[in-house]
Design a protein around this ligand. Structure first.
Ligand SMILES: C[S@@+](CC[C@H](N)C(=O)[O-])C[C@H]1O[C@@H](n2cnc3c(N)ncnc32)[C@H](O)[C@@H]1O
Length: 298
C-alpha cells in the first residue's frame, strides 16, 4: 500500500515537473538583438513582432484621472460641480531610427535562425514601412516563403479631410518551409456573415471563417484590456494568430513585446512564451499583466 502511494506521488511530481517545464514563461529586459543571439537555432515555433513603426516621434500615453475640484476646475459637470484632470504618469518609447532597415534586418536574420524548421513569423507594421520590410523579409526567408499579407482594419480616431483616412495595419506572414507549416484550420474562430439572410439559418448561426482582412476594434481606451502602454494591440488578433499557427506546448516568441499581448494570448492558450523589451516601463506592465502565467524574469 505504502509503495503504491509513493509510486503515485512520483507520477504526480513527474507530471507537475513536465507541466512546469512546458509552461516556462520568460520576460527579458534587453536589447532584442542580444537576446536573439543567445537563443538556440530552431527552438521557437512561432514569432510575432510589432516593432516601432519608425514614425519619427516618441510614442507616449498618459494616465489621466478626473478629480473633483471646485476651487480650481478645468471644466464644470453636473449641477455646476468643478472637475480637474490630473496626469498620473506617462509611458513612452522612442520610435525614431537613423536607419530603420539596418536595425530591422539584423533582428530578422537572427529571428530566421531561431525559428523552428516548420515555424512561422508574423511581422506587424503599417502602410509607410511595409514595402521596405517585405523586401527585407523576402531576401531573408525567400519570396516563396511569403504566405499572406493580413490587413487588420479598424475604425477609430480622427478622419483626415485631405486623403483617405488610414485605418489599417499590415501583418506579413512568412513560413520557414512553405510546404510544411502549422495552420490549424479547425481552430479558427468564426465571424458573422455580412448578409446572414442570404445563407441558411444553420450557416448563419455557425458564422464564416475569416479572410486575410481582419476587422477588429482597437483596444478600448476605457475597457478592461487597456494597460496604458502606447500602441498596445488587441488580444483577439494575437489569439487568432497563436491558435491557428502554433500548438499547445509550443514556444511563442515576441521580441518587441511592449505590454505583453502576445504573452497573454500564448499563456491563455496553453503555449509558453519568451518576451523581450528594452523599456523598463514595458517590463513593469508585463509583470502585472502576466503575473497569472508565473513568468521568470531575466
Ligand atoms: C509597438 S511596441 C509593441 C506593442 C505590443 N505589440 C503590445 O501589444 O503592447 C514596440 C516595442 O518595442 C520595444 N523596442 C524597441 N526597440 C527595441 C529593442 N532594440 N529591443 C527590445 N525592445 C525594443 C519598445 O520599447 C516597444 O515597447
Amino acid at each position: 500500500m505504502r509503495r503504491k502511494v509513493t509510486q503515485m506521488a512520483a507520477v504526480r511530481s513527474r507530471r507537475l515537473g513536465r507541466r512546469r517545464s512546458m509552461a516556462e514563461n520568460r520576460i527579458i529586459k534587453a536589447d532584442n538583438l542580444e537576446l536573439l543571439r543567445s537563443l538556440q537555432g530552431g527552438s521557437v515555433a512561432l514569432i510575432y513582432i510589432d516593432p516601432p513603426f519608425n514614425t519619427g516621434r516618441v510614442q507616449a500615453r498618459s494616465r489621466l484621472k478626473t478629480v473633483r475640484d471646485d476651487a480650481n476646475p478645468d471644466r464644470r459637470g453636473f449641477k455646476g460641480h468643478g472637475y480637474r484632470t490630473q496626469k498620473m504618469g506617462e509611458q513612452s518609447f522612442s520610435d525614431r531610427f537613423e536607419n530603420f532597415s539596418d536595425f530591422i534586418r539584423a533582428r530578422l536574420e537572427e529571428a530566421y535562425r531561431v525559428l523552428h524548421p516548420n515555424g512561422s513569423l508574423f511581422f506587424h507594421i503599417n502602410y509607410r514601412e511595409v514595402h521596405y520590410c517585405k523586401v527585407e523579409l523576402d531576401r531573408i526567408f525567400g519570396r516563396e516563403c511569403f504566405i499572406n499579407e493580413i490587413i487588420w482594419a479598424y475604425d477609430y480616431g480622427a478622419r483626415s479631410r485631405s486623403r483617405w483616412p488610414a485605418k489599417h495595419d499590415n501583418i506579413l506572414w512568412y513560413a520557414k518551409n512553405p510546404a510544411r507549416y502549422t495552420f490549424n484550420y479547425d481552430a479558427m474562430d468564426r465571424i458573422p456573415y455580412m448578409a446572414p439572410s442570404l445563407v441558411g439559418a444553420e450557416k448563419a448561426k455557425r458564422g464564416k471563417t475569416p479572410t486575410d482582412v481582419w476587422w477588429q476594434t482597437i483596444v478600448s481606451p476605457t475597457g478592461k484590456e487597456k494597460t496604458g502602454y502606447p500602441t498596445q494591440k488587441p488580444l483577439p488578433i494575437l489569439e487568432r494568430i497563436v491558435r491557428v499557427h502554433s500548438n499547445p506546448g509550443d514556444t511563442v516568441l515576441d521580441f518587441f513585446a511592449g505590454s505583453g499581448t502576445t504573452g497573454e494570448a500564448a499563456a491563455r492558450l496553453g503555449r509558453s512564451f519568451i518576451l523581450c523589451d528594452n523599456n523598463p516601463q514595458a517590463i513593469e506592465v508585463m509583470k502585472k499583466r502576466l503575473a497569472f502565467a508565473q513568468p521568470i524574469f531575466g
